[in-house]
Each structure stands twice: as structure tokens, then as C-alpha cells.
Design a binder for this molecule. Structure first.
Ligand code: ADP
Length: 247
């Protein structure tokens, strides 16, 4: 069972994310989606992943999550393969996986992040306390009893981030966390992620170029390979050139 293969914090060493000469191709495709990808992300870094549609950003996240395996090269999280590091990784998916209208409250959604512990029935009380603490931190405590389906886009995003945080991850991966929310709330989400990056590594796929600020430690430009840019390098003209450039 995947859960049993996960490691404890004290077993973990090495960079938070390391890719060495990674290549990946979907079996139904002739061309690789990603090739020759090598990089290291250190502890408490805040990285934004940008690139054109179809460039391979989501595939890169799925490789980090261990949902896909590389055809070539090595991927390690904390010095071990991604599938063994899963307990220490929080993931906020691009679209809510909760069916619209499904009768579940905000607190219950946050608690689903604790499902693994519930299965063994050991940490139930601890989970409730963690949920309350995280909802407080993300300023959604007042929404705890509200149906999830009645929330705004920005509120839902905060709830999904809280759900990813409840297991105390060392690495938080997010796919388009500011998509479909208004600019003021986007700014709040960016601030929240910046704050979180002081205690964990945060890697965010984003189309939101306002996300790219001096607060980031790096920007990955993904278009069949991964190129590391400094946030200052990402001027509008440079980004436009990269987005329109053919590989
Ligand atoms: P991005 O997130 O940058 O938009 P993706 O990683 O989703 O890019 O997709 C990269 C490429 O891989 C695209 O050409 C996409 O059509 C293709 N792709 C994505 N998922 C699959 C899949 N399950 N099977 C085959 N091709 C896929």
C-alpha cells in the first residue's frame, strides 16, 4: 500500500525536489512531453512554473507527485522517490474535485486532507485541532459550517489549500491556484503562498504573470524542457518571446 511506503520526516535528506536528466512521453504520443530536465529546488523555496499551454507544466507536477514515472532519468523528493515521499507533499489540484452541490461543509472538506490518518483511526482528535488551526491561519474559520458549494472561487481555493496543509507537508504543489478568481483575491492567495514559503517549499503552476515578483526564488519556464529564470528576468517582452518561441 502506498501509505506504508511513505517515509518519516527524520528519514528525509537532500534537496526538496531533484530532477536529473528526466524525459517523459505519454504512451499514446510519439514525441516526448518533457526531455533533458534537470534542476534542484532547495528547502523553503518559492517557485512559479510558467509556460505555454501544452508545454508540460501539469505533466511536470504529476511527475513530482509520483503519479507518472519518467522514461529516463531520476526524480527525488527529499532524497527518495516521489511515491515514498507522498506523506510530506500537499497538492492543490487545478479544478475542484468536489462535485458542485455535494453536501459537504468547509470543515469537512479540510478534514478530507486527513483521510489517511482517519483510516487508521489514531489522529482523529489531532486532525480536528489541525483543521481549526489551519482554517484560522487561512482566515476561513468563519466559513467552517458553510456548504463548500456556496463559496466564492477565492474562498474555495483557500479551503483547498487548507486541505492540502492539514497533513503538515514539507512541499506544497499547486496547479493554477489563482485561476478564475478576481484580482483582489488573487493577490491574497499570492500573499498566503508567500507566507507559507517561509516554512515549506511552494511550487505553483500559474498563468498569472502578476505572480512573478521579487518574492519568488525562481521561475521555471516549461516548454518540453525546463529553463530556470530569475524573477527579474521575466519582463513582459522576454516572457512573450519565450511563449511564442518554437521548440
Ligand atoms: P500544460 O499543463 O503546460 O498545459 P500538459 O502537461 O497538460 O501541459 O500537457 C503537455 C502535453 O501532453 C500536451 O500536448 C497534452 O495534450 C499532452 N497530454 C497531457 N496529458 C496527456 C495524456 N494523459 N495522454 C496523452 N497526452 C497527454
Amino acid at each position: 500500500m502506498a501509505a506504508k511506503r511513505c517515509c518519516h520526516v527524520h528519514d528525509l535528506a537532500g534537496p526538496k525536489v531533484s530532477f536529473k536528466e528526466v524525459a517523459f512521453r505519454y504512451p499514446t504520443r510519439i514525441e516526448p512531453v518533457l526531455s533533458d530536465v534537470s534542476f534542484c529546488v532547495e528547502e523553503r523555496s518559492h517557485i512559479c512554473v510558467i509556460g505555454p499551454n501544452g508545454g508540460g507544466k501539469t505533466t511536470l507536477l504529476k511527475l513530482m507527485l509520483g503519479l507518472l514515472s519518467p522514461d529516463q532519468g531520476t526524480i527525488e523528493l527529499f532524497g527518495i522517490p516521489p511515491h515514498r515521499a507522498c506523506r510530506h507533499v500537499g497538492y492543490v489540484p487545478q479544478h475542484s474535485v468536489i462535485r458542485p452541490g455535494f453536501p459537504i461543509t468547509v470543515r469537512e472538506v479540510v478534514l478530507t486532507g486527513c483521510v489517511e490518518q482517519h483510516r487508521f483511526g489514531w489522529h482523529k482528535k489531532g486532525c480536528g485541532e489541525s483543521a481549526d488551526q489551519i482554517m484560522e491561519e487561512l482566515e476561513i474559520a468563519g466559513l467552517a459550517g458553510r456548504p463548500f458549494s456556496r463559496l466564492s472561487g477565492g474562498e474555495r481555493q483557500r479551503v483547498l489549500i487548507a486541505r492540502a496543509l492539514i497533513s503538515g507537508p514539507l512541499l506544497l504543489l499547486l496547479d493554477e491556484p489563482t485561476a478564475n478568481i478576481d484580482p483582489k483575491v488573487q493577490q491574497q492567495v499570492r500573499e498566503t503562498l508567500n507566507r507559507l514559503s517561509s516554512r515549506m517549499t511552494v511550487i505553483t503552476v500559474s498563468h498569472d504573470l502578476d505572480y512573478i515578483s521579487g518574492e519568488l526564488d525562481g521561475v521555471f519556464f516549461v516548454n518540453r524542457s525546463v529553463r530556470l529564470l530569475q524573477p527579474g528576468e521575466v519582463t513582459s517582452d522576454a516572457v512573450w518571446e519565450l511563449f511564442t518561441q518554437r521548440k
